[in-house]
Write a protein that binds this ligand. Structure first.
Ligand SMILES: Nc1nc2c(ncn2[C@@H]2O[C@H](COP(=O)(O)OP(=O)(O)OP(=O)(O)O)[C@@H](O)[C@H]2O)c(=O)[nH]1
Ligand SMILES: [Mg+2]
Length: 358
């Protein structure tokens, strides 16, 4: 899973990235904007994988990972040319964490205005919508030119209608993620990787003393239909440098139940509608990520394209059942070991073994 951490300049993106990945990239107020993203991997510590590994004692245990890309701050000048290198690389992410500055800092306030998260969100969304609109309009111009030259296929017409409806919505301030697209329309515009089509999680970056007091702002953001969470970025960065025992004491003081890594992991799965299925065996116990609603063939394809191509059946049982009964043999006796076909919708916590033939 690839997640982009984005936002206006100096909102605390790198501070949060450091907290998540345990890295120590510089975070100075006066540091000029970086040229490139910082990239870091975070393991998804799923307790179920740990338990399956205890049961199967495999040679390798592989957790899922989230790849975070911490981008430099986005200025409005970037939007004027939405095909710039920064935007192109941001667009390769599956979803975004938008960091909104909610901490006070007299110097940053002077340079970038008061820490007003709702206002920052509005500025940011306006910029993103504008960037999408420029890309869509440019493509429409090209399509028009093509029409004049007699290039008018059904596929291009679907694309044209979809882009027109998108432009109308963008004009009215509606991001693409809120527009209901038919599957053919979605396919026609997939290649553009529009910004406002991707899922967006809002992260209020607060000072540690105001962490509990952000309820009202969070409620306002949620009322607008966003998934939103408050974190104390700098405090979390300091916590990430402590050993686990020490960190827990500080977290208890602030009423923080889970590490920032784990909280953000849950939110990213929720944001993208992702679930986990597992493969088990003597060699390897491993977690895989798919979208809720994906079928057995898609799941097989995550493991290897051959498994999807030559898919025959999936042998399948539930994590809870193997934990309750202790062995696959007992599951077979109890009828809890199932053979599923191509159309089977994989559920969170399924343990799967694919039979295939290529
Ligand atoms: N008080 C306080 N300061 C913070 C917090 N998070 C970040 N800062 C400060 O804000 C400044 C900018 O932090 P960065 O993490 O570099 O911000 P950024 O969004 O990565 O900045 P750019 O990449 O340049 O846009 C630094 O001086 C940080 O110490 C926070 O939670 N509380
Ligand atoms: Mg940064």
């Amino acid at each position: 899973m690839k997640i982009g951490i984005i936002g206006l300049p100096k909102s605390g993106k790198t501070t949060i990235f450091n907290a998540l990945t345990g890295s120590e990239h510089p975070t100075d107020k006066y540091l000029p904007a970086a040229e490139e993203a910082n990239i870091g991997m975070v393991q998804v510590i799923d307790d179920r994988i740990t338990k399956l590994s205890e049961l199967y004692k495999p040679k390798k245990t592989i957790y899922a990972t989230i790849e975070y890309h911490d981008f430099p701050g986005i200025f409005s000048s970037h939007t004027e040319n939405p095909e710039n290198a920064l935007f192109s690389s941001i667009k390769t992410n599956e979803g975004f964490v938008l960091v909104l500055r909610a901490f006070q800092d007299s110097e940053l306030d002077g340079l970038y205005g008061n820490p007003d998260p709702l206002r920052q969100l509005e500025i940011f969304e306006t910029e993103m919508l504008l960037a999408d609109q420029i890309v869509a309009e440019k493509r429409l111009e090209k399509i028009e030119l093509g029409y004049k030259r007699g290039v008018k296929t059904p596929a291009i017409q679907i694309e044209e209608h979809t882009l027109r409806s998108i432009c109308e919505n963008l004009e009215a301030g509606i991001p693409i993620r809120k527009i209901e697209l038919k599957s053919e329309e979605e396919k026609a515009i997939r290649g553009f990787q529009f910004f406002s089509q991707k899922p967006l999680l809002l992260l209020l970056n607060c000072s540690e003393d105001s962490l509990g007091a952000e309820g009202e702002t969070l409620a306002q953001l949620e009322a607008k239909g966003y998934l939103a969470e408050a974190i104390a970025g700098r405090f979390e960065e300091e916590l990430s440098k402590l050993d686990a025992g020490e960190a827990e004491l500080f977290m208890a003081d602030l009423g923080i139940a889970e590490s920032v890594r784990d909280r953000l992991t849950h939110l990213c799965y929720l944001l993208l509608g992702y679930i986990s299925f597992f493969t088990v065996g003597e060699d390897e116990v491993r977690a895989w990520t798919i979208v809720q609603g994906d079928n057995a063939v898609t799941a097989a394809g995550k493991i290897h394209s051959d498994l999807a191509r030559g898919f025959i059946r999936a042998e399948c049982f539930r994590y809870a059942d193997i934990m309750a009964h202790g062995s696959e043999k007992v599951l077979k006796e109890k009828g809890l070991f199932k053979l599923e076909g191509k159309e089977y919708i994989v559920k969170d916590g399924d343990i799967i073994s694919v039979r295939f033939n290529v």
